[in-house]
Design a protein around this ligand. Structure first.
Ligand code: ADP
Ligand code: MN
Ligand code: MN
Ligand code: MN
Ligand code: MN
Length: 384
């Protein structure tokens, strides 16, 4: 078996295939690290701030750590820092410094103690946001609609790969049995990587990320977790941090996480990031009226949304939105009650209650949640 969709991707992100060396030593390394941490207690007056940011791909995360001599509670407690943009697909070598502006602070579930993960926005030396900084404009839009209290919940799907880039738990030659028994399954022949999904849940809870559930997906080795509902800019912040935590947790298991929206061609489900959305009006008695209004507006801007729903302007998502495997069409908008083949679905319970939220099923698993939530507000609340 040779065909992995990851192999066919046409971007530099693709190069990750080249450096996935065998990494089954990872759990052993972690044990040794714990011995050092136990024998060398961290000084009380020093904390480790791990700054994390989105690199030039708009899809992958980077991080670096620094020791600071104070307690970090809020982003204002952290200084502006910088990194080499030329090593992150973001800048030329002659002018490569990119600035890290701390925007949100989370408890570090790996180093614990008073150590923190610090989510950052990226800026060029001329003060402009980098191309992959989608947060700045998202925040500006969120600030305009504070009074309607926009809530989002994103269902993040992902696929586990063995360190050889082969889907985790799949036979090394040939394919697993067809889809059917795996979704929300139980048992050694159905479930691959449950410990990773559960470790990630704990890491999110410690960090302060609103991970509200997880389930095994339709394709073997594929999983989902849900973040939210959370308000405004927190959706993007929390989802990005949850992804960082997921990649880090998987490192400890020697397993790779891919957010590719269609990791396997053929009769295998792709991976999405359904975006659930509501406003005060939608959540109040009779709110179905506002939900239907929003769907009408969404119908008129299908292509604009598709462009924002993956990091390659819609190209990535075309591989996934085939109309099969509970997906819709990249070119035609559709909506329906309890319809998992539609662009936008009104959940059955929302239909019964006549209030609640809508589910946009179009965003791909590797979408930037800042772009997704921004256009949702622009279309549904700002009438663009
Ligand atoms: P399904 O798999 O049936 O589509 P899930 O239970 O996986 O649904 O996900 C439901 C999502 O909807 C969760 O992310 C949750 O945070 C979100 N959600 C629930 N209520 C609201 C609401 N009022 N506004 C926005 N999102 C919501
Ligand atoms: Mn250096
Ligand atoms: Mn779900
Ligand atoms: Mn799902
Ligand atoms: Mn869903």
């Amino acid at each position: 078996k040779t065909s992995f969709a990851a192999q066919q991707k046409d971007t530099e992100v693709q190069s990750k295939r080249g450096y996935a060396a065998h990494n089954s030593d990872a759990p052993y390394h972690k044990d040794v690290l714990e011995r050092y941490m136990k024998n060398n207690p961290q000084p009380k007056d020093k904390s480790i701030a791990t700054y994390i940011w989105i690199d030039g791909t708009g899809e992958e995360l980077r991080s670096k750590a620094k020791i600071v001599e104070k307690e970090i509670e809020r982003p204002e407690d952290c200084s502006v820092w910088n990194y080499d943009g030329s090593s992150c697909y973001q800048a030329e070598g002659q002018d490569s410094d990119i600035f890290l502006h701390p925007v949100s602070v989370f408890q570090d579930p790996f180093l614990n103690n008073n150590n923190r993960i610090v989510l950052c926005e990226t800026y060029r030396s001329n003060g402009k946001p980098t191309e992959s900084n989608k947060r700045k404009s998202c925040l500006e839009v969120m600030n305009k609609v504070k009074d309607v209290h926009p809530w989002f919940g994103i269902e993040q799907e992902y696929t586990l790969l063995d360190s050889d880039n082969h889907p985790y738990g799949w036979p090394k030659h040939g394919y697993p049995k067809p889809q059917g028994p795996y979704y929300c399954g139980v048992g050694t022949n159905r479930i691959f990587g449950r410990a990773i999904a559960e470790a990630h849940l704990f890491a999110c809870l410690t960090a302060g990320v609103a991970n509200t559930g997880t389930n095994a997906e339709v394709m073997p080795g594929q999983w989902e977790y849900q973040v939210g509902p959370v308000e405004g800019i927190d959706m993007g912040d929390q989802l990005w941090v949850s992804r960082y935590l997921l990649h880090r947790v998987a490192e400890d298991f020697g397993i790779i996480v891919t957010l590719d929206p269609k990791p396997e061609d053929g009769d295998w489900n792709g991976a999405g990031a359904h975006c659930n959305f509501s406003t005060d009006g939608m959540r109040a008695e009779g709110g179905i009226k506002y939900i239907n209004d929003a769907i009408e507006k969404l119908a008129k801007r299908h292509i604009e949304h598709i462009k924002m729903y993956d990091p390659r302007g819609g190209k990535d998502n075309i591989r996934r939105l085939t109309g099969l495997h509970e997906t819709s069409s990249p070119t035609t908008f559709s909506a329906g009650l309890a319809n998992r083949g539609a662009s936008v679905r009104i959940p059955r319970q929302v239909g019964v209650d006549k209030k609640g939220y809508l589910e946009d099923r179009r965003p791909s698993s590797n979408c930037d949640p800042y772009s997704v939530t921004e256009i949702m507000i622009r279309t549904c609340c700002l009438n663009e």
